[in-house]
Design a protein around this ligand. Structure first.
Ligand code: OAD
Length: 248
């Protein structure tokens, strides 16, 4: 893949980079995306599973659905795209990963500066006393996930429909976007807000914005460059380009 000159210059000179990722980032690791033909929301109704009322009505069902997704995620490995992003930290002054994904694959690939806008499926917490639990530590009573500390209900530490994003993480992501030189969007449909504001903040702040996706998204036409293809293939090529250009 030959990258345009303008993008190559940005890669050479950028200091602060924001990588904004969505479910397409992990598709090549074997984790289903949400929208599209094989997407999760084609088969299941988010209003029955991914919201607080659904959990209170049927905690067993909702928790089992998250356990099922955890089992899938645990068996998956980061793909070459995750590793390429982790490697970018060596080549820029600051790389901030702002992810909508809850699968923790950026962590497992070795990235350090990760802001999880929608939470993390490996964590859980008690609704009553806020005690945190890893997924393998939870005790169940009649299939309900129960806090050992206070007997309250334990929920996954993910953001559900209708819930706000974690404020401190959002503030940090917003600041990173408003002060970056380059924003790389990876594998998101860009339809879920407020997350999708992140690349737009970068654009408004005159950063160069690149979108990597197998097909154009809601965000693509507003970007400086659209790179069509799989992120697991394109991101390693970007890192190669950086290594070839930078004078070490
Ligand atoms: P979507 O499922 O909406 O979009 C996935 C995007 O990835 C699509 O635009 C695909 O074209 C693209 N894609 C698929 N495979 C790819 C690949 N190998 N390389 C590059 N792109 C690829 O997922 P998100 O945009 O992440 O929210 O969805 C946003 C939010 O909606 C999620 O965080 C989740 C969901 O409801 C919550 O759970 C709060």
């Amino acid at each position: 893949m030959k990258f345009p000159k303008e993008f190559r210059q940005i890669l050479q000179n950028a200091e602060k980079v924001v990588v904004f990722t969505g479910a397409g980032m992990s598709a090549e690791s074997g984790i289903p995306t949400f929208r599209g033909e094989d997407g999760i929301w084609k088969k299941l109704r988010p209003e029955e599973l991914a919201n607080f009322n659904a959990f209170m009505k049927n905690p067993e069902l909702v928790f089992e659905w998250y356990q099922h997704r955890r089992n899938i995620i645990e068996k998956c490995e980061p793909n070459p795209g995750h590793y390429a992003i982790a490697e970018m930290e060596k080549h820029f002054k600051k790389v901030t990963i702002v992810t909508q994904n809850i699968d923790a694959l950026h962590h497992r690939a070795g990235s350090k500066n990760i802001l999880e806008l929608h939470g993390n499926i490996t964590r859980n917490y008690c609704l009553s006393c806020n005690t945190f639990y890893n997924s393998n530590e939870i005790k169940f009573i009649e299939r309900k996930p129960i806090c050992e500390n206070c007997g309250g209900l334990v929920r996954p530490d993910v953001v559900w429909f209708g819930e706000g994003l974690p404020q401190d993480i959002w503030n940090e992501a917003e600041q990173a976007a408003k002060f970056c030189d380059l924003c790389i969007i990876v594998g998101t449909s860009g339809v879920v807000y407020p997350a999708a504001y992140i690349p737009m903040y970068a654009k408004e702040a005159n950063a160069y914005v690149v979108d990597i996706n197998i097909s154009p998204s809601e965000l693509s036409s507003r970007c400086d460059l659209f790179l069509s293809g799989k992120s697991g293939e394109i991101l390693p090529l970007i890192v190669e380009e950086i290594k070839n250009m930078k004078d070490y």
